[in-house]
Design a protein around this ligand. Structure first.
Ligand code: ZN
Length: 700
């Protein structure tokens, strides 16, 4: 869901390397909620090598491969030498300029955390981040503890007397992918109200497709998953024979849940995720689950109505609850407990977890160094306390001012664009403009920082800190039910190298972490600044008007404000984009899923066009000269193209083809410029060149 994703800042891990970082499983759960529905704009996935913090120039001519004709393959022209000079570091699943920036950001965060840990600052929030980081870096204590930090939870599971106890145990393990997600969300039809919501979850693999696909690679991965689950049971002390049986139980239960789950493409349609029901209706869907006990144990006994995002899932959950015996459920719960927490335990757990999720599933070769993982965990669990210190050091008022200005210019460009559309009626244009004018711009960091007073952090208890932080965040989110919507809230932490649009709030959000060189540099040449950060801003803004975003009105309600004819016109234009991207190969024999990626591709196309319009307007009357033999227009497009320079492992490409609504970076460059007459003019591309599409797609 939109809100779910946005409010799940706690375990948000999109920018740290997908598979190598700890909560990557949670990351996927949340990220695709968010990616799919709330439109994270940019997955400039982060990977790293030990950081050099000198800022790179916004465009780098050494990265060009001039042996490639930009009209044939612009991505390889813009990035060819970068691709050759930047192999993927062993601890990464991909490597890009965004990854490098994320590494640089984490190096700065490390300094902040080491200082906080050493000095014991007087400010309570800063003391908490120092203590959290210290506990995480204390390998000796963590090693000595083994799996004992999970003992209380394990005992609770082992002590279950009947399946009726599952609800109570699930309530005691928030955010650990037990069966389903319990959340708060804005009511889709009344965006002023925060209501309770339950949604599908409960899997160990990244998506339901992993359980249902029958190709050889999927079958092989499931086999490897079974071996991994068995290994984790053995680490908890079970004999190999018992552990193998338990792994089979886990697979049966998860497969049943997967079969009841919506696909990623279905989840892009908000209408399929909105089913407001009374509590009695939910209880009738899944009577085998003790809802009364669950709501009361999660401190929400008064829930009387809620959104059941995926009703079919709860029917499937009920069937599997009835079918499987108590021992199988104990195996399922123990697996999810250890799976959610393995990254924070001793080396045996961390390494086994990495072997499957990092290596087998995503292709990384080495675990990230401990300090990087600990920086990411601190960001996940105390992100706004850490972010406050980050912003002081890395985001000047001048950078904020310039970013605000650029956002305004892009919004003005969109206003002109909407007014000039030949296919849209004046009536729908009026509504579109109302929505555009209502977009809230959030730049850098929240106006009001989150209060962590109620969260206890101990300097010698890593696992305890993680469990308490999860509970704190779970309670914080559920605490919003029935209260007014907080429109100032952020769904990403300030150091994050990413951005998003939230259709339920109708806001665009750019954390300080992405407003950095080489993506944004207030002191640099305008052309590549607009080509890169301008296009990112345009991308987020266009999400308000992509195939999902357009279904929400200016106030964030799911309400159709289009005339029938205009709606059809939109769909026709969007299907051009879907057809275009469906032709591209993601990896091996897997093509891009044009339906899954439609919103992102529409946003990419609109984003670059709006950035170009804004740049043209901004530089009107200025005399722009070529630099280094490149015209201003060429520099604009190279700024855009180099924003996508990246190398990605095949395993990760395969995973993203299933779960990531973004197209691979190469096509985020080529797919867009091949629809751009301004690009074709800038590089004098001839008709018939691969970067000149005969049938140009244009939505916005
Ligand atoms: Zn996007």
């Amino acid at each position: 869901m939109f809100a779910q994703s946005l409010s799940n800042a706690m375990e948000w891990e999109i920018t740290t390397s997908a598979a190598t970082s700890p909560g990557w499983r949670t990351m996927f759960r949340i990220a695709f909620a968010m990616l799919a529905l709330a439109s994270i704009l940019i997955t400039r996935a982060a990977q790293s090598q030990d950081a050099a913090t000198a800022h790179p120039p916004i465009i780098n001519l050494d990265n060009l491969d001039r042996s490639v004709d930009p009209c044939t393959d612009f991505f390889t022209y813009a990035c060819g030498n970068w691709l050759k000079k930047n192999p993927i570091p062993p601890d990464k699943t991909s490597w890009s300029l965004g990854s490098k920036l994320d590494d640089d950001n984490r190096a700065l965060l490390r300094q902040i955390l080491e200082e906080a840990a050493a000095a014991g600052p007087a400010d309570p929030a800063q003391k908490k981040i120092g203590d959290y980081y210290s506990a995480c870096m204390d390998e000796k204590t963590i090693e000595a503890a083994g799996s004992t930090p999970l003992k209380a939870s394990l005992d609770r599971i082992i002590g279950m007397r009947s399946k009726r106890d599952i609800a109570r145990v699930a309530a005691s393990m928030p955010s650990q992918s037990i069966l389903f997600d319990f959340e708060s969300d804005q009511d889709f039809k009344d965006s002023t109200q925060v209501i309770a919501e339950v949604d599908q979850d409960g899997l160990g693999l990244p998506d339901r497709d992993y359980y249902v696909k029958t190709d050889a690679k999927s079958v092989e991965l499931r086999q490897a998953y079974l071996v991994h689950v068995q290994k984790m049971f053995e680490l908890l002390g079970d004999s190999p024979g018992v552990a193998a049986n338990e792994a089979q139980s886990v697979m049966r239960i998860e497969t049943a849940l997967a079969n009841g789950s919506l696909t990623q493409v279905e989840r892009r349609d908000p209408k399929l995720l909105y089913h407001k029901m009374t509590r009695e209706q939910l209880e009738a869907l899944a009577p085998a689950f003790q809802w009364k006990e669950y709501f009361s144990e999660t401190s929400q006994p008064e829930v009387q109505s809620l959104n059941v995002a995926a009703p079919e899932f709860f029917k499937a959950m009920n069937a599997v609850l009835e079918r499987e015996d108590l021992e199988s459920w104990k195996a399922y719960l123990r697996w999810h407990l250890v799976n959610a927490n393995a990254p924070y335990l001793s080396a045996a757990f961390v390494n086994a977890d990495f072997d499957f999720f990092g290596k087998t599933l995503s292709g990384a070769q080495e675990l990230e160094p401990r300090w990087k993982r600990c920086v990411s965990y601190t960001d996940n669990h105390l992100g706004e306390a850490l972010g406050q210190a980050y912003v002081q050091r890395a985001f000047s008022p001048e950078a904020k001012r310039r970013a605000q200005e650029m956002v305004k210019e892009i919004e003005q460009a969109m206003e002109r664009d909407i007014q000039s559309l030949s296919w849209m009626s004046p009536e729908t244009k009026q509504k579109a403009l109302e929505k555009l004018h209502a977009v809230a711009n959030k730049i850098g960091y929240p106006d009001k920082w989150r209060d962590y007073t109620a969260l206890t952090i101990a300097r010698d208890d890593e696992m305890g800190n993680v469990l308490r932080a999860r509970t704190f965040e779970f309670n914080r989110r559920l605490g919003k039910i029935g209260k007014p919507v907080d429109r100032g809230e952020w769904g990403m932490t300030p150091p994050t190298v990413n951005a998003y649009y939230n259709p339920q709030i109708n806001d665009i959000n750019f954390p300080a972490g992405i407003l950095q060189p080489p993506f944004f540099d207030p002191s640099a040449d305008d052309a590549p600044n607009y080509g890169d950060m301008g296009a990112t801003i345009g991308h987020e803004l266009t999400h308000g008007f992509d195939d999902e975003g357009r279904q929400f009105d200016a106030q964030g309600n799911l309400r159709d404000w289009w005339t029938t004819v205009d709606g059809k016109q939109f769909e026709q234009r969007a299907s051009c984009v879907s057809d275009q991207y469906s032709q591209y190969v993601a990896v091996d024999d897997i093509k891009i899923n044009g339906q899954l990626t439609m919103g992102e591709n529409v946003a990419d196309l609109g984003g670059l066009m709006l950035a170009y319009m804004a740049w043209q307007d901004e530089s009107r009357g200025k005399k722009l000269e070529p630099i280094d033999g490149l015209t201003p227009d060429q520099r604009f497009f190279i700024g855009y193209g180099q924003g996508w320079c990246s190398n990605t492992r095949d395993e990760t490409k395969r995973m993203y083809a299933t779960i990531d609504p973004h197209s691979p970076d190469k096509y985020r460059a080529n797919g867009v410029v091949s629809n751009s007459p301004e690009f074709q003019k800038a590089f004098q591309c001839k008709a018939g060149s691969p970067m000149v599409r005969e049938n140009r797609c244009r939505v916005w």
